[in-house]
Design a protein around this ligand. Sequence first.
Ligand code: SAM
Length: 390
Amino acid sequence: MSSLLTVLSVNTCMTILYGVGVTVTNKLPSVTTRLLFSDSHPNLFNGGGHIRQHKVTINPFDPGMALVFCVLMVFIPPLRFAVSAGYWKDPYIQYFVRQAKERKAPEINRGYYARVQGVHQLLRAFLRTTECNCQVINLGAGLDTTFWKLKDENLLPTKFFEVDFPAIVSRKLYHIKSKPPLSKPIMESHSGESLLIDAHSLDSSRYSIIGADLRNLKDLEERLKRFSLDTQLPTVLMAECVLVYMSPEQSSGLLKWVADTFPTAMFINYEQVNMGDRFGQIMIENLQRRQCHLSGVDACQSLESQMQRMLSSGWEAADAWNMVTVYGHLPQEDIQRIEKLEFLDEKELLDQLLLHYCISWATKDALHLGTPAVGSFFWILPKPPIGLVK
Ligand SMILES: C[S@@+](CC[C@H](N)C(=O)[O-])C[C@H]1O[C@@H](n2cnc3c(N)ncnc32)[C@H](O)[C@@H]1O
């Protein structure tokens, strides 16, 4: 257990400089970020608008701002580290995040690898099933780079939406605007005359990013529709480590809104599970110490509770696998490759970590597309042991 505490704990007093600038001093974190101000300038990529330094002091009691801190400090740097250590390829993450100076433990890197591969396998299955004639909505996308990777793979959906808090969106827009490897693919896939961009949103033909609160569903729907959301098109929604930051009522509300709004859809959720045991409690405490408060942890008690909340929100079918199962079913040649990257001292610790995260997914299939439903997790041949149909 002592090594577990070493891996999961962090000193909240330390000063960390990260990206454009995140500083934590005297326990009161503040984020210096560059915000875009354009007042709907039609062609910001060509020099319109201006950038201004903006300092935001994070009140740890404001869940939205504390989350921004949490994303920038806790979640993104390990992703960047795992990429640079060779676990998977992501040529775009370097434009959003500076290289992490600290090494991350091998079990953490393998955990991130399993998550990225697992979620992306499901997403790509949906894209192939629909021949990309579909929408992707990444809820709480953070600094995710999936849009750019899909473009490189020639797997862009009809439209790719991202939603996150305005402060995160501003930061992402700063990087997009100032770095051609990020802005060029958006321009290349854009077919209209001018694209719309302001401080908290961007709308192009194939990619949109929206600053909004996922707990305010009326506002969310209105903004998505303003950016040409088509509710009749098959739609896959992703939420990676996002629902756990909302109360169970709020996340069920979101799941219900999706199920009611899209007749043909898939929801992919990655987050914690088995949070009621001792290991789960230590994870919660350590995240809390880093300003990451998990208001939705009550919905993360078991694989069954993860599936049940989807079914009771109106989905036709649902399934959930812990990450030990996912890891065991990923392509074995690649697993052998990544297991050679770093020596893993404690396999038991990796298993514990993987047991406390899961991918759950739910489907509605009005168009009878055969979207990856219960028992047909496409990369796996034996049927999963669990899986519920309404
Ligand atoms: C742990 S981060 C994960 C980011 C990204 N999904 C990833 O996997 O790299 C959680 C993200 O969800 C966003 N988020 C959480 N609650 C939200 C809400 N109510 N409205 C909008 N975004 C939210 C946070 O701002 C943050 O970017």
